[in-house]
Design a protein around this ligand. Structure first.
Ligand code: AKB
Length: 316
């Protein structure tokens, strides 16, 4: 039976990943780990929870030994916007923290480490449209630099030590359970909350700033499917492009207005615009399709309908 540790379990993706993994492998077999943010009662009651600082290798090691862990989903990270405000922190958490996870994985001979990368691995010199899996990786943000380092480290640990490290380059993730924090694509979540609460939103990106995006159910399914893929079919390991939809704030506003016609949005780009401008507008995920059968289910319309339906209930 699998014994899984999820770092960053209290975060936007981690919280839903823990739920999905617990449904699949059993509550007791999935240990949720956060840093400082308290878990919800629901998460704590459903299964084991630990506070772990990924900068402290011994803390990771002792959780791995205590629960007999064989797989880590390492979701704990500082995202792009916070990473630009606190680059030293982003370096430590995203690079040293990952190094500690990989070293524990190597020393304890873990079966698998899942580490998400991001479209932030690309940079201003990367082709913007339908960005290929293999392309120029020269990001200009600390977050992006940490993601490229993570991909290279993951592949290195696989080649050099036989540690099975896998990861996808996530686009912006839209969800209705836990709010994201510190990302450039966070507008695409905030906008739904404000559309429902106030019918008005001020967007921190320009109206035509198109970015690759994905709805949470696809993001969770994709990562678990990659974790379960037959290793013999994989030519890539830590750096799969993963795509679903691409849209701009203006296009998202029009889609929301189909359901909430009196919703309006103003645009006041801030420092996050420069980060968004350095990322692709769409990515080519044919490697993920060919090597492990990736296929997204949610397009912009279906995602918007589902987000509004779920949030209307949550915010009632
Ligand atoms: C961010 O905006 O920083 C993240 C990402 C695209 O990795 N959502």
């Amino acid at each position: 039976m699998k014994k899984i540790l999820v770092t960053g379990a209290v975060g936007q993706i981690g919280s839903e990943l823990v739920e999905a993994l617990r449904d699949k492998y059993g509550n007791e077999n999935v240990v949720a780990a956060g840093h400082r943010t308290k878990p919800t009662e629901e998460m704590k009651e459903a299964g084991p929870f630990e506070f772990i600082d990924v900068l402290d290798k011994e803390e990771i090691e002792s959780a791995v030994k205590k629960y007999n862990i064989d797989t880590i989903y390492h979701m704990g990270a500082i995202l792009s916007a916070t990473g630009e405000e606190k680059p030293q922190l982003a370096f430590r958490v995203n690079i040293i923290g990952l190094y500690n996870i990989l070293e524990v994985g190597r020393e304890q001979k873990l079966e698998r480490i899942m580490v998400p990368s991001s479209i932030a691995a690309f940079g201003p010199d990367t082709p913007k449209e339908n960005t290929p899996n293999e392309t120029i990786l020269r990001p200009t943000t600390m977050y992006g630099i940490s993601k490229v380092s993570g991909e290279l480290l993951g592949d290195y640990y696989f080649r050099r030590f036989g540690l099975d490290v896998r990861g996808v380059r996530y686009p912006g993730i839209i969800s209705n359970k836990t709010l994201p924090g510190g990302g450039t694509t966070d507008y695409a979540v905030e906008i739904f909350y404000e559309a429902i609460r106030n019918k008005y939103y001020v967007c921190f990106l320009k109206e035509d700033s198109t970015l690759p995006m994905m709805y949470m159910p696809d993001a969770i399914r994709g990562l678990i499917e990659l974790a379960e893929a037959d290793i013999n079919q994989l030519k890539h390991h830590s750096d799969f492009n993963l795509a679903a939809v691409s849209f701009s704030p203006g296009e998202l506003v029009s889609e929301i207005q189909r359901i909430i016609p009196d919703f309006t949005c103003d645009y006041k780009p801030d420092f996050r615009q420069e980060i968004a401008d350095s990322w692709p507008s769409s990515i080519d995920d044919s490697a993920a399709q060919d090597e492990w059968g990736w296929k997204p289910e949610f397009d912009l319309r279906r995602m918007t309908e589902d987000m509004i339906e779920k949030l209307r209930i949550k915010l009632r």
